[in-house]
Design a protein around this ligand. Structure first.
Ligand code: GLN
Ligand code: ZN
Length: 760
């Protein structure tokens, strides 16, 4: 018989119960015990939802982040926080997560939050563990043991989930330059205790996640993996070593040889390795295959999966386990919540609950023959075929247009040097020109107006009038402040991807398809289900209106193709690159529409360009090739006199500088203020040829930057970049700030720019 299990379930709740509970708790609106009750209820509910499986996970739930949970379980709590000994663990937990607990806010005793960074190549973010040469670990497994007790009341076979020690170390950061790997021995001592305690609690299988096995590992890390599992085998509890998000490649043999009782392989991305793993895996080990995609929302083609799975099953027999490819953390909870989705599209989808059903069906088909699930298989095939053949997915004309993309579409008419002469003559901007990144404060009133319009409570004409009023207000404020290049403020946009997706062909939107990004923050990624098309101008009306109000240049604002792709659930029936090129053509149409409407500066945001980098460096060039090509097709069809801006809000450019330069945007605005301009070194060393606007203040903070601090930063910038190629702007859009914060901040920014223009 094949065995079924799950690697992890979404925590946030189908109605985002966890999010709302957390936010109430942080505001002091509910007590700690009320928060714990809500969390416990969610866990119970989720275990029940997973009960159709043989083994259900315990310990995958988290109030904020599972890596932070691990740090607390291992007693690795930053010193700056552990001195708050008077309050409870939960407060310290939130201090590391967010820099403050509810009680700190009144007492003004905030601490620095732990750094947050992306979890592998997903849009989930974890709190980075901190190490130094004095880091000591001490086990606190009470929380997990309690959950085990609870889960046992609901399901017989439960499998604790923990992050493996090597991945835990790898994800963390040494704060004093000491080698993280020097902590391994200590760490293994605590993991051994942990496994021992689980064993004593009657646990048979422990899931131990080592996703770093899908990455390129230096020798010492491979050695660490080997050493770890040789030492942990003493614990005499069965370990299911899980890898996901990619292929094992040169770690395959290592993974197969480790002295553990089971290995989990992401059979979606590492499909090609299954045979090799079966060959290598010793006969007493279990192989868990992640056959259902945990990173996407498409129904699995069950018949096709069975076609290749049946021979695997006849080789492995009882040694075969089935699971989703990775934790279901990365997909929405339940398709049953969706009542407004188009019925065709809905029939093609599977969220977490449906994916577990698929596992169950596949197991039934293997255990009892396909006949036992014949009806379900038929329905599944019908849905899969309908998607394959649907006219809503496939448009010959769009495919043809994508095929016709040629090199010259991505090349500007003249080089930057020539363009810049034209542009300077046309715009007559001062030295250190000032601009903003696009959005201005999204007040409650603006949000309410958009909501009313969306819900049909506000007639369209009135909605448009309200947005125009807001745009006019933004323009007047910017003129009063004295900015050089203005923006319309983006009041009509709920989100930089959704706004465009809703108007393009090929996109669908869910009502409740929330996915955790970090802590209580969730995103609702659009679904790109079909060929992407541009049928009407999406922004010209607003931008033209804004331009009509001022003689200063008005920047048209767009979101780039790579960001649209990376922040959506994308098709699995064609390469990402192809979907990206379709997006590029659609946004290119909008760029040209803006140009025709007389807009002379167009900004194309690529906030998520870096996020799409593959986990293995050896695959970076391939990604960057098509991603940059997509940007170029989007942006570079304009006349020389039209100035293209792009914006990226992160601060690592070193290793992608060459690609950034290839985009050939006239101006790039980037987030830099927190790096003290050091990241401009990359641009300097590369001799980046075009213009740069390094962000001069952090928009995440309510603090008002002083004139001097901005001057100081820009002087540092000027040491690296010739002054005539520097712009002055905030790090990112201002939508989360208030006007009371924005006005003095921009006032100081402009004063600094004027001072620099006079004195540098
Ligand atoms: N133009 C967008 C804004 O200002 C850019 C947002 C982003 O880079 N994340 O809001
Ligand atoms: Zn940004």
């Amino acid at each position: 018989m094949v065995t079924t299990h799950n690697l992890g379930f979404p925590r946030i709740g189908r109605n985002r119960e966890l999010k709302f509970a957390l936010e109430k708790y942080w505001k002091g609106g509910i007590s700690e015990s009320a928060l714990s009750d809500i969390a416990a209820d969610l866990r119970v509910r989720h275990w029940q939802d997973q009960s159709i499986l043989d083994w259900i996970p315990v310990g995958d739930f988290s109030l904020y982040d599972h890596v932070l949970d691990m740090s607390f379980m291992l007693g690795n709590i930053p010193e700056r926080v552990s001195t708050f000994s008077t309050s409870g663990t939960i407060d310290n937990y939130f201090r590391v997560a967010r820099g403050r607990s509810a009680s700190d806010i009144a007492a003004h005793s905030c601490v620095n939050a732990g750094e947050m960074t992306k979890w592998f190549d997903t849009n989930y973010h974890y709190i980075v563990p901190e190490f130094n040469r004095n880091t000591k670990f001490s086990l606190d497994v009470s929380g997990l043991l309690e959950q085990i007790q609870h889960a046992r009341k609901i399901h017989q076979q439960i499998k604790p989930v923990i992050l493996g020690p090597v991945t835990y170390l790898w994800l963390g950061k040494s704060k004093d330059g000491s080698d993280k790997l020097d902590r391994l021995d200590d760490l293994l001592g605590v993991y051994a205790q942990l496994l021992d305690q689980l064993k004593h609690a009657g646990i048979q299988w422990v899931q131990i996640d080592e996703p770093i096995l899908v990455m390129e590992l230096a020798q010492e890390w491979k050695y660490a993996v080997r050493k770890t599992y040789y030492q942990l085998q003493a614990a005499s509890v069965n370990l299911m070593l899980t890898t996901y998000f990619g292929q094992l490649q040169d770690n395959l043999q290592l993974a197969c040889e480790l002295p553990v009782q089971g290995l989990h392989l992401d059979a979606v991305t590492a499909y090609d390795e299954i045979d090799k793993v079966i060959d290598w895996l010793p006969g007493h080990k279990v192989l868990s295959l992640g056959v259902v995609n945990g990173r996407n929302i498409w129904k699995t083609d069950l018949t096709q999966t069975l076609n290749w799975l049946e021979p695997v099953y006849s080789r492995l027999q009882d040694r075969l386990w089935l699971a989703p490819s990775c934790s279901l953390l990365h997909v929405p909870v339940d398709l049953d919540s969706e009542h407004k989705l188009d019925t065709d599209i809905r029939s093609w989808l599977a969220f977490a609950a449906q994916k577990l059903n698929e596992i169950e069906i596949l197991a039934n088909a293997l255990n009892h023959g396909r006949e036992s699930v014949a009806e379900i298989l038929r329905e599944n095939s019908a849905a899969v075929t309908s998607r394959k053949q649907s006219k809503r997915v496939h448009h010959v004309d769009i495919k043809a247009r994508t095929q016709e993309i040629n090199e010259s579409m991505g090349i500007r008419q003249s080089s930057y040097d020539q363009r810049s002469v034209l542009q300077r003559k046309q715009f007559r901007l001062p030295l250190f020109p000032t601009t903003t990144i696009g959005s201005f404060p999204q007040t409650l009133e603006i949000r309410q107006t958009r909501r009313d319009f969306r819900e049909g409570k506000l007639p369209e004409a009135e909605y448009r009038q309200a947005m125009r009023k807001e745009i006019e207000f933004c323009v007047r404020e910017q003129e009063a402040l004295g900015l050089d290049v203005l923006v319309h403020g983006e009041p009509e946009r709920n989100d930089m991807v959704e706004y465009f997706g809703e108007q393009l062909g090929g996109f669908a939107f869910t009502q409740f398809g929330w996915v955790q990004s970090y802590g209580s923050r969730c995103v609702k990624p659009p679904i790109i289900y079909g060929d992407v098309s541009h049928s009407h101008a999406m922004t010209t009306e607003w931008i033209e209106y804004a331009q009509s109000l001022t003689r200063k240049p008005m920047k048209g604002m767009l979101t780039g193709p790579v960001t649209m792709l990376n922040w959506s659930f994308v098709r699995d029936d064609q390469p990402r690159a192809q979907t990206c090129m379709q997006l590029a053509l659609a946004i290119r149409d909008e760029v040209l529409a803006l140009e025709r409407a007389g807009i002379k500066i167009i900004q194309i945001d690529e906030a998520a360009m870096r996020e799409g980098l593959p986990l293995r460096k050896s695959q970076w060039n391939d990604y960057l090739d098509w991603a940059i090509r997509a940007f170029r097709v989007t942006a570079n069809g304009v006349k020389d006199a039209t100035q293209i801006h792009t914006h990226m809000c992160y601060s690592e450019f070193n290793d992608i500088m060459e690609a950034i330069a290839r985009m050939d945007a006239d101006v790039i605005t980037i987030e830099t203020s927190r790096s003290d301009m050091e990241l401009l070194d990359a641009f300097d060393q590369f001799r980046y040829p075009n213009e740069i606007g390094p962000g001069v203040y952090d928009i995440h903070s309510p603090n008002i930057p002083s004139v001097d601090s901005i001057i100081e930063l820009m002087e540092k910038a000027a040491q690296r970049i010739p002054v005539e190629r520097l712009w002055v702007n905030p790090d990112c859009g201002l939508k989360t700030r208030t006007w009371e914060e924005v006005k003095p901040a921009l006032h100081n920014m402009i004063a600094a720019s004027r001072h620099l223009a006079r004195h540098l």
